[in-house]
Design a protein around this ligand. Structure first.
Ligand SMILES: Nc1ncnc2c1ncn2[C@@H]1O[C@H](COP(=O)(O)OP(=O)(O)OP(=O)(O)O)[C@@H](O)[C@H]1O
Ligand SMILES: [Mg+2]
Length: 402
């Protein structure tokens, strides 16, 4: 079979790499030396016209499969390395190869730890890994080999962001089952325990870190996160502040909430609140569709959260979305903006004004221990915040002088 490269060949020079030679024997001139995790297969990095690629030698069946899965993950916007192509029909006796884009600034976990692994670094790595596993599961992806070695880490301010690097064993389903989730968590537990033992044996573990505790810790972190994201919350009555607290926690975890499903608990006055978690960018589109307001993503998220709260408060759970949105615009959004004295209204965009008022309401409510209501928030915001703000229009540069 002749040499065949299948994929999105952004770089035609990839064809010119020495595919008829085993990857382990490629000449230095094609390669770059970057940190790499432990792996069974040979993995090398090649640089072509300024881009760096990771190449993994692997059987044809697995190369094709992993390529396909990485594509699926990319389409779902899940944090993983990006596939480029797979190469088959290399010389007799040579495995196929999978090409991915090298994930810039990424580090395998052993490179993250300089010397021994310290407890605070470990905590941040585990947080990132738990979040990655939750994200994958939300997308219906069963990993089958979750471990520190199969994850890449990027520094993200003080934290780490984790990416899946090895999808060989993965499966994508429309929705993940409880059994698959449990299986994946068990595998992560076993793998991480093993990795910790390896580090310990190599004298690379801080003496206060216990391998078994660490493995259990990752499982506990995963469950906390999963529950926060997916679990129903039961509230006694319509207390918007409790719902908003939940939304804030989700947003802080990096998730967006597409919609809140609210049901009345049978036979009680209680409400069951279930958030539906989604990817970013979603809110801007949804708000524009529902209200015609074209705003930034964070503003849109905020406005939609308020809209969903309005739906709960007004008992409009079964009402058509477009009708609820229309009422919210007419009864909440527009009156709020209109309540701001005309001379101050031009200082910020309406959506930003509304967003800041909601923020202000949040702080007032936190301080008061209960929701202060929108009208009080507007008055306080105008009197204590907005009057002191510079007029953004006035900040625009002067017309150039001819
Ligand atoms: N796209 C990439 N960007 C950065 N590093 C990568 C990339 N692809 C692979 N690597 C590095 O190569 C290492 C090995 O890759 P991978 O885990 O896919 O190999 P493997 O042999 O299938 O592993 P296993 O032994 O778990 O089967 C990774 O830990 C990572 O450090
Ligand atoms: Mg691996």
């Amino acid at each position: 079979m002749p040499l065949q490269i299948t994929g999105t060949l952004g770089d035609p020079d990839l064809i010119g790499l020495p595919w008829d030679v085993p990857l382990a024997q490629w000449p230095e001139r094609h390669l770059v030396d970057l940190p790499r995790g432990i792996s069974r297969h040979v993995v090398r990095f090649a640089r072509l016209s300024g881009k760096v690629y990771a190449i993994k030698e692997i059987s044809e069946r697995y190369a094709r499969r992993e390529y396909q899965l990485l594509w699926d993950l990319a389409r779902l916007d899940a944090p993983s390395v990006q596939p480029v192509a797979y190469v088959t029909g290399r010389d007799e006796g040579l495995d196929a190869a999978l090409i991915t884009r090298h994930l810039q600034f990424s580090l395998p976990y052993r490179a993250v730890m300089s010397g021994t692994l310290r407890p605070d670094t470990l905590t941040r790595l585990l947080d990132a890994l738990a979040l990655l596993l939750v994200r994958l599961h939300l997308n219906g992806f069963y990993w089958g080999d979750c471990s520190l070695s199969n994850t890449l880490f990027r520094r993200d301010a003080g934290a780490f962001a984790a990416y899946l690097v090895d999808a060989e064993t993965g499966e994508l389903h429309p929705m993940i089952s409880e059994g698959q989730r449990r299986g994946d968590i068990d595998i992560a537990h076993v793998n991480i325990f093993g990795e910790m033992l390896d580090l310990e044996a190599g004298g690379l573990l801080h003496p206060t870190i216990d391998p078994m505790d660490t493995a259990e810790d990752i499982v506990a972190r995963y469950h906390r996160l999963w529950d926060e994201i997916t679990q129903d919350e039961i509230i006694e009555e319509v207390d918007w502040h409790v719902v908003e607290q939940r939304l804030r926690r989700l947003n802080l975890l990096g998730f967006d909430v597409a919609e809140m499903m609210v049901r009345r608990k049978v036979g009680t006055g209680r409400l069951i609140v279930r958030p539906k978690v989604v990817d970013a960018g979603h809110h801007q589109r949804r708000l524009l569709r529902l209200t015609g307001l074209d705003v930034e993503e964070n503003q849109a998220r905020r406005l939609l959260n308020d809209l969903d709260g309005f739906r709960v408060a007004q008992g409009l759970r079964h009402e058509d979305e477009a009708i609820v949105a229309h009422r919210w615009l007419a009864e909440v959004f527009q009156p709020t903006v209109a309540a701001i004295p005309a001379v101050l209204r031009g200082k910020l965009e309406p959506a930003q004004l509304f967003h800041e008022i909601l923020d202000h309401r949040w702080y007032l409510s936190e301080a008061a221990g209960a929701d202060v209501g929108l009208a009080a928030a507007v008055r306080s915001y105008v009197g204590t915040v907005l009057v002191h703000k510079p007029d953004e229009k006035a900040l625009l540069p002067d017309e150039p002088v001819e």
